[in-house]
Design a protein around this ligand. Structure first.
Ligand code: BES
Ligand code: MN
Ligand code: ZN
Length: 498
């Protein structure tokens, strides 16, 4: 993985050597620490000369500032500090990430001129943003950084000088785990399908045992015994065997019912016999974005020792065309006993989720379930890449998800479910078919899933538009965003921790 800066917090004054970043308010207002560094007037002079107004995210480099022993000072604009919200700190961290010394230590004087001190929460949000923006998927770039490697293999590090340092240190061990969970999800989505097979994915999920999770991996035999025929039907055309990983984190009271997250993990989706067109098919290595988000979430929750009982279930298959692949027209009996006529083998996500949701509900009797899936191209037509589609049978759960989305900027938008839409997947040959018509494609997919959740409060997030080929932002520079980890970590933290 890329070089992610290690972060430390201190309340000491920074040494006058190396690379120093200083936060500055509107119109170049300096805080207490900034003023003492500016004794000689070098900062004020530079700001004036460069017309630097301290607007949010604007930066000014002052190289070998006169009268100091520093190599460079970077002034970082906060803008109007009364307008800063939670997301501003993540984004500010992202913006300044590129200003750090990639080979060594940098320091940041973090203060809000004219305001209260920067809180531990704000400082750690910024630090997490620094790390997320530094992420890049370079596992397979063998030539990269060759020259610099020779020079130094030192890791970047950022010391954040902030008055709330001791509280920030405590908070950071948990929040660093959330950032690591996002980056784990990104790694999984970026990883190519020849490497990340269902078996390899299950191994990486198993590694969460190191953080104190219990991880059970069901192989083909176990799934056959459980009669997960709609899942196995998708897998049967692939040389790679399917797996289901069940990840448990028990941080709550023993008697508390768990909450459950279920992820679609199609490690590659060719469409099967209903083969996809060739253009852009490479993106379908990311068709396990739901499973990646669930895995990253479980990492985050375990790393920050969340006080909740949580189950993460990931259904892992590869959808391939083959002499043994399932055909359009096949009728399969799902684990629930309901029969499904497969009319398009490219509508495979709902088939594996049908058994995964049913099994999760039956085995764990969770107080609610949320599934995440790169389920339909139609959700891109409806919402583009700015919101994930949210479908739910429970208004409270839907409202909580919406609020968590607003807070984390991993936004969701609620879409309808109803009997009239549900009818569109009826068929004369079986209990249901796996496609609706051309219209309302994301909704008919959700209606299909709803037939496998019983009365349990449930929400489905269609993340086909947000998890991959996602828009770049201050804290996401790459193809895979890790969408869902911060959203669901927040959902758990705000609503379900005792
Ligand atoms: N994995 C795709 C959906 C997808 C599309 C994810 C674009 C990410 C980006 C899914 O399995 C699929 O093929 N859905 C079909 C459903 C159709 C056959 C009813 C689709 O959206 O076209
Ligand atoms: Mn498909
Ligand atoms: Zn798919």
């Amino acid at each position: 993985m890329s070089k992610i800066p290690s972060i430390s917090f201190t309340s000491a004054t920074p040494a006058a050597t190396g690379r120093l970043l200083i936060t500055v308010g509107k119109d170049g207002a300096l805080g207490t620490a900034g003023q003492s560094i500016d004794e000689s007037g070098v900062l004020s002079k530079a700001m004036k000369a460069a017309d630097f107004d301290g607007a949010f995210g604007k930066m000014l480099d002052i190289v070998t500032p006169h009268g100091t022993g520093l190599d460079v000072i970077v002034l970082v604009g906060l803008g109007d500090v009364s307008e800063l919200n939670e997301q501003s700190w993540w984004n500010l961290g992202g913006k300044m990430s590129g200003k750090l010394d990639g080979q060594g230590k940098s320091s940041l004087v973090l203060e809000m001129p004219g305001e209260d001190k920067v809180s531990a929460k704000q400082a750690t949000d910024l630090a997490a943003g620094v790390q997320l923006a530094a992420y890049s998927f370079d596992t397979y770039k063998t030539m990269k950084d060759d020259k610099r490697k020779k020079k130094s293999s030192a890791k970047p590090a950022l010391a954040i000088h902030v008055s709330s340092a001791s509280a920030a240190k405590k908070l950071w061990s948990g929040r660093e785990g959330v950032a690591a969970g996002v980056m784990l999800a990104r790694d999984l989505v970026n990883e190519p399908a020849n490497v990340l097979t269902p078996i390899e994915f299950a191994k990486r999920a198993k590694a969460l045992e190191k953080l104190g999770c219990k991880v059970d991996v069901l192989d083909e035999k176990a799934m056959k015994r459980l009669k997960m025929a709609t899942l196995l039907g998708v897998a049967q055309g692939s040389r790679s065997a399917p797996r289901m990983a069940i990840i448990e984190w028990k941080g709550g009271k023993a008697k508390d019912k768990p909450i459950a997250f279920v992820g679609k993990g199609v490690t590659f989706d060719t469409g099967g016999i209903s083969l996809k067109p060739g253009a852009g098919m490479g993106d379908m290595k990311g068709d396990m974005g739901g499973a990646a988000a669930v895995t990253g979430l479980m990492h985050a929750l375990a790393a920050r020792k969340a006080k909740a009982n949580v189950v993460g279930v990931i259904a892992l298959v590869e959808n391939m065309p083959d002499g043994n692949a399932q055909r359009p027209g096949d009728i399969i009996t799902s684990m629930s006993g309901q029969t499904v006529e497969i009319l398009n083998t490219d509508a495979e996500g709902r088939l594996i989720l049908a058994d995964a949701l049913w099994h999760t509900n039956k085995k764990f009797k969770p107080s609610f379930m949320v599934d995440l899936a790169t389920l339909t191209g139609a959700i891109l037509i409806a919402l583009g890449d700015q919101h994930a589609g949210l479908f739910s049978n429970d208004d409270t759960l839907a409202d909580n998800l919406f609020a968590a989305g607003q807070a984390t900027d991993e936004k969701v938008w609620r879409m309808p479910l109803s009997k009239a839409y549900d009818k569109l997947i009826d068929t004369k040959n079986a209990d249901m078919k796996n496609i609706g018509g051309r219209n309302a494609g994301s909704i008919t997919a959700a209606q299909f899933l709803q037939r496998f959740v019983g009365e349990t409060p449930w929400a489905h997030l269609d993340i086909a538009g947000t998890a991959l080929a996602s828009p770049k932002s201050d804290i996401n520079k790459g193809w895979a965003s890790g969408f869902g980890v911060r959203l669901l970590d927040r959902l758990v933290a705000d609503n379900y921790e005792s």
